[in-house]
Design a protein around this ligand. Structure first.
Ligand SMILES: [Fe+2]
Ligand SMILES: [Fe+2]
Length: 378
């Protein structure tokens, strides 16, 4: 059976007429709230069709925008919302929730907070809780009036009756205002983007599925790697909490938290692998000859090479290879008076991602390179 889920983007791309649009709507895969614990539910939207994030990183496995509903004996809180493009999914899930006392915004970026204005309109008595750093962003990005916002300090607790939420500031994973929320009674850590993964799945939990770690590495490489030092600091901080579940805002819920924590600790550490990332462009084959020679020479020495021909490279895979490579070697022909534009682009990205590579080099063929390289092994 093929599950069809067509979101606004794909329906628009298909140039759908009004009649067809309602058909697309009916065919949308709608997830109901899913119980994690008594009074704790996953809400949100699984975006099976999204193929690009930040208009930069390919999403071969889609993604999800997770929100969580925590109902205590006295008060109810919603943690985060969804991307406005799939807001109708959250609207349906909240249709039967009559009262909301708190809306917790852990991160103001659009894919989680974009749906917040609608939530505040539906629940006019709800207070918006966020970190002090987030307050200005909430006002300027979401146009929420200041009277509805209550900031929460690092370590501050909020009682919902029989459930207690503790706010844990986790700055720079990956915006300065980001925080996590810890639910002590149920041993759940809601971590927002931190420890998340771009993967669309009908499974609620990650289990030991290796695809989740692959998707999490892609996500880490693009979003978290530039803030590696802060990642380490925040990992230490959350390690002090006792939890069985890590519930991020993208991807499946980690029910084997050690797997994702260990992976993050490794990625964010100073350890490098003896591997070489080789992004390159070859216009007439000369650079490719040099690259192939280098790859063969490295292989003879048992050094792993990751070769990325930049006109066809998945940027996410390049970013993932940069997570622990010790060396980067860039290959480019000369175009006009400099490197090939795609090499500039890849180099700019690599600089931005701040990988922990120890060595870098540039290869550029000079006049006669093809002649001399013909003597090299293929
Ligand atoms: Fe984000
Ligand atoms: Fe996000």
């Amino acid at each position: 059976m093929v599950a069809h889920n067509l979101n606004i983007r794909s329906a628009a791309a298909a140039g759908s007429a009004p009649g067809r649009r309602s058909l697309w709507k009916k065919r949308k895969l709608r997830m109901k709230p899913r119980k994690m614990r008594d009074g704790v539910h996953w809400l949100g939207a699984v975006d099976w069709n999204r193929r690009l994030f930040d208009s930069l990183i390919p999403l071969p496995d889609g993604t999800s925008y997770n929100a969580y509903l925590v109902e205590g004996s006295e008060k109810t809180a919603l943690i985060d919302a969804v991307d406005p493009l799939l807001l109708d999914m959250l609207q349906r899930q909240l249709a039967h929730v009559k009262r909301l006392d708190y809306v917790i915004v852990q991160h103001v970026e659009q894919d989680h907070a974009g749906g917040i204005p609608w939530v505040l309109e539906k629940y006019p008595d709800a207070k918006l809780l966020c970190s002090p750093m987030a307050k200005d962003l909430v006002v300027t990005h979401l146009h929420v009036s200041e009277e509805r916002i209550q900031t929460v300090a690092d370590g501050e607790t909020l009682s919902l009756g029989n459930k207690t939420l503790t706010f844990v500031h986790t700055p720079w994973v990956h915006w300065p205002e980001t925080m996590s929320t810890y639910l002590a009674e149920d041993r759940v850590l809601f971590s927002c983007d931190f420890l998340g993964s771009h993967i669309a799945s009908s499974a609620l939990y990650s289990g030991t599925d290796p695809r989740v770690l692959e998707a999490a590495k892609r996500y880490y490489a693009e979003i978290m790697m530039p803030f590696r030092t802060m990642v380490r600091r925040n990992l230490k901080k959350i390690r002090e909490l006792d939890f069985d579940l890590i519930a991020p805002s993208h991807g499946t819920i980690h029910d084997h938290p050690e797997l994702i924590l260990n992976a993050y600790e490794d990625w964010a550490s100073d350890r490098v692998s003896n591997s070489v990332v080789i992004p390159y462009i070859s216009m007439h084959g000369s650079t490719e000859l040099m690259v192939n020679h280098l790859v063969a020479a490295l292989a003879e020495r048992d050094v792993r090479a990751h070769k990325f021909e930049l006109t066809t490279t998945d940027t996410g895979k390049l970013a993932m290879a940069l997570v622990d490579a010790a060396t980067i070697v860039i290959g480019s022909p000369t175009v006009y008076v400099g490197a090939h534009p795609l090499v500039y682009s890849a180099t700019y990205l690599a600089n931005t991602l701040k990988p922990k590579a120890k060595y870098a080099a540039i290869m550029a063929p000079t006049a006669g390179a093809r002649k001399s390289s013909s003597k090299l092994p293929a």
